[in-house]
Design a protein around this ligand. Structure first.
Ligand SMILES: Cc1ncc(COP(=O)(O)O)c(C=O)c1O
Length: 469
C-alpha cells in the first residue's frame, strides 16, 4: 500500500517544518482523514531521502501542534478536528443557557456569591470596619509590609489546617499566579522540574516560557507514585516537583496519608522542594493532611478562593518557609506589584462573617448532587471521582480513543477534555477524558450532556486509527 509522502517542492526553511506544513495542508484539504495512520518516521525518512532525526522531529512538532497523536506501540494518527488546543480557544467561559454543553471547564458553580458581594460592597461603602480608611484600599502597598491582606491570607490558611506565620504567607492573584510566582522565584532556565504525568495544563506552558524542562511521573489511583519520584531524584537533579495531592488534576485522585508521608520522606532524602497545589482542598472535608503540614520546611503550599467562593475574586495564597516566601514576594512584586487589596478585603469579610463557610458548603452540596447524577449516568463504567469534587475522570471502555470520543461528543454538542491536554507526554496519554460538572448552570443540561456521553460510549467504539495509509 502506498504510504503518505508529503510534497516538499518549493518549501523553504528547515525540512522538519516543511513536513509539518505539508501535513497540515493535506489534513486541511482532506487528503489525510482523521484516523489516517502516518508511515513510521524511518520509512518516511527513507522515502524523502532525509535523516530519521528530521522526520522524528517533524512528528514531534506535529504532535505538539495537535495535528496528529502518537499511540505507543501503534503509530502516529491524524487527529479528529478540534483537538485540545483548538477546543481550549474555541470554548469560551460564558455559562450559556443554550448551545454546546460545556463539561470542559473546571469552574465552581456560580452560586450565591454575587448576592453576598452586593451586601459586602454596601457594608464597605458604609465604612465596613475600616475606620474611614477606604483610601487605603486604593494605594500601592509595600509587598514586604504585613497588612490586612496578609492577615486574610493567614485566616484562609488556618481554615485549611495549614499553620503559618506572617513571614511565611504571600498574597497572590489566584493560585495560578501563585504557581507562576513560585516558578519565577524558585527556578532558573534549564532547571528540571517534575510533576504528575497528567497535570494542570498551564504548568507546561509556564515551564516552556521559563525555559524549564518538565518530566512527568506515573500516577495510579492514589496519585503520584513515590518510588517513581525516588528513581528520578536518584538519576537526575530536579529543582522541584509540582503536584496536586487532593482532587488531582485531572484524575480526581486523593492521595492517602501513607503515600503523602512516603512522598515527603523521599523528598527529604533528596532535598527536593515540593509545590503542593491545593486549590480543590477546601471542597474535601475528609482530605488527609496537606504535605505542607507534614513537611513545612520543604513545601510551598498554594491555595485560592477560586473553587469555593468565586474565581473572579482572584485571591490566592502561597505559604512557604520564610526565606522562600521572601523570594515569592519578590516574584509577586515583579509580576503585578501586589494583589488588589479590595479583593482580599472582600475575602477577609467573608471569612470573618461566615459567608465563606456557607458558600463552600453550598459548593459542596451542588457537587454532591451533580456527582450523583454522573454516577447514575455512568453506572457500570469505571469513573474516578470524589462526592464533593468539581470534576471526574472517565477512563474509556476498551476500543475507544479519547480523541474519537471528544470529537464525537463535540459533534453531538458536548465539550469534554481528553487526557492528552494534561499530559506531559501526549503520546503516552491514557484513553480517558475529564468531565467538569459545576460549570454548567443548569442541571438538566448537565444531565443531558452526561447522558449523551453515555449513549456514545454504549455505541460501537469510534476509534480513530484503523485507517492505514
Ligand atoms: C490545579 C489547579 N490549580 C490552579 C488553578 C487556578 O486557580 P485560580 O483561579 O486560583 O488561579 C486551577 C483552576 O482550574 C487548577 O485546576
Amino acid at each position: 500500500m502506498a504510504i503518505w509522502v508529503p510534497d516538499l517542492t518549493g518549501r523553504r526553511g528547515p525540512a522538519y517544518l516543511a513536513i509539518v506544513e505539508a501535513l497540515a495542508e493535506d489534513i486541511a484539504a482532506g487528503a489525510l482523514a482523521p484516523g489516517a495512520r502516518l508511515p513510521p518516521h524511518r520509512e518516511l525518512a527513507h522515502a524523502l531521502g532525509l535523516s530519521p532525526n528530521t522526520t522524528s522531529r517533524a512528528y514531534a512538532e506535529a504532535v505538539a501542534r495537535a495535528l496528529v497523536r502518537g499511540e505507543v506501540g501503534r503509530g502516529t494518527f491524524v487527529r479528529a478536528p478540534g483537538g485540545p488546543a483548538e477546543a481550549a480557544s474555541a470554548a469560551d467561559l460564558r455559562r450559556a443557557a443554550s448551545g454546546p454543553i460545556d463539561l470542559s471547564r473546571n469552574l465552581p458553580n456560580r452560586g450565591a456569591a454575587g448576592e453576598h458581594l452586593g451586601r459586602t460592597l454596601e457594608w464597605l461603602g458604609h465604612d465596613g470596619g475600616r475606620n474611614g480608611d477606604l483610601q487605603g484600599l486604593l494605594d500601592y502597598h509595600d509587598a514586604a509590609e504585613p497588612d490586612r491582606a496578609a492577615a486574610v491570607a493567614l485566616a484562609w490558611l488556618a481554615r485549611l489546617g495549614v499553620p503559618a506565620s506572617a513571614d511565611e504567607a504571600v498574597v497572590t492573584v489566584g493560585a495560578q499566579h501563585a504557581l507562576f510566582a513560585s516558578l519565577l522565584a524558585l527556578t532558573r532556565p534549564g532547571d528540571l522540574i517534575l510533576t504528575e504525568a497528567l497535570t494542570y495544563a498551564p504548568l507546561k506552558a509556564m515551564a516552556a516560557r521559563l525555559g524549564l524542562t518538565v518530566r512527568g511521573l506515573p500516577l495510579d489511583a492514589d496519585g503520584l507514585r513515590p518510588e517513581a519520584l525516588e528513581a528520578l531524584c536518584a538519576d537526575h537533579a530536579p529543582r522541584l516537583a509540582y503536584l496536586t495531592p487532593t482532587l488531582q488534576t485531572p484524575t480526581a485522585a486523593i492521595m492517602p496519608e501513607s503515600r503523602r508521608r512516603a512522598l515527603v520522606e523521599v523528598a527529604g532524602r533528596h532535598d527536593l522542594l515540593l509545590i503542593e497545589d491545593d486549590v480543590f482542598g477546601p471542597l474535601v472535608l475528609d482530605a488527609p493532611p496537606p504535605l505542607a503540614r507534614l513537611a513545612p520546611d520543604r513545601v510551598v503550599y498554594l491555595s485560592s478562593t477560586s473553587k469555593v467562593l468565586a474565581p473572579g475574586l482572584r485571591v490566592g495564597v502561597a505559604r512557604a518557609p520564610a526565606p522562600l516566601a521572601a523570594a515569592l514576594r519578590g516574584a509577586v512584586t515583579l509580576s503585578c506589584w501586589m494583589a488588589p487589596p479590595l479583593m482580599a478585603e472582600i475575602a477577609g469579610r467573608w471569612i470573618a462573617d461566615g459567608t465563606a463557610t456557607r458558600l463552600t458548603e453550598a459548593q459542596r452540596a451542588v457537587a454532591r448532587r451533580r456527582q450523583a447524577l454522573a454516577a447514575h449516568a455512568f453506572d457500570g463504567l469505571e469513573i474516578r471521582a470524589h462526592p464533593c469534587g468539581l470534576h471526574l475522570w472517565l477512563p474509556l471502555p476498551t476500543g475507544w480513543t479519547a480523541d474519537a470520543l471528544r470529537a464525537e461528543a463535540a459533534t453531538q454538542g458536548v465539550r469534554v477534555t481528553e487526557a492528552a491536554a494534561f499530559a506531559v507526554d501526549p503520546a503516552a496519554a491514557p484513553e480517558a477524558v475529564r468531565l467538569c460538572l459545576s460549570h454548567e448552570p443548569d442541571e438538566d443540561r448537565l444531565s443531558r450532556g452526561l447522558d449523551t456521553i453515555r449513549r456514545i460510549l454504549d455505541g460501537p467504539p469510534g476509534r480513530t486509527g484503523p485507517l492505514v495509509m
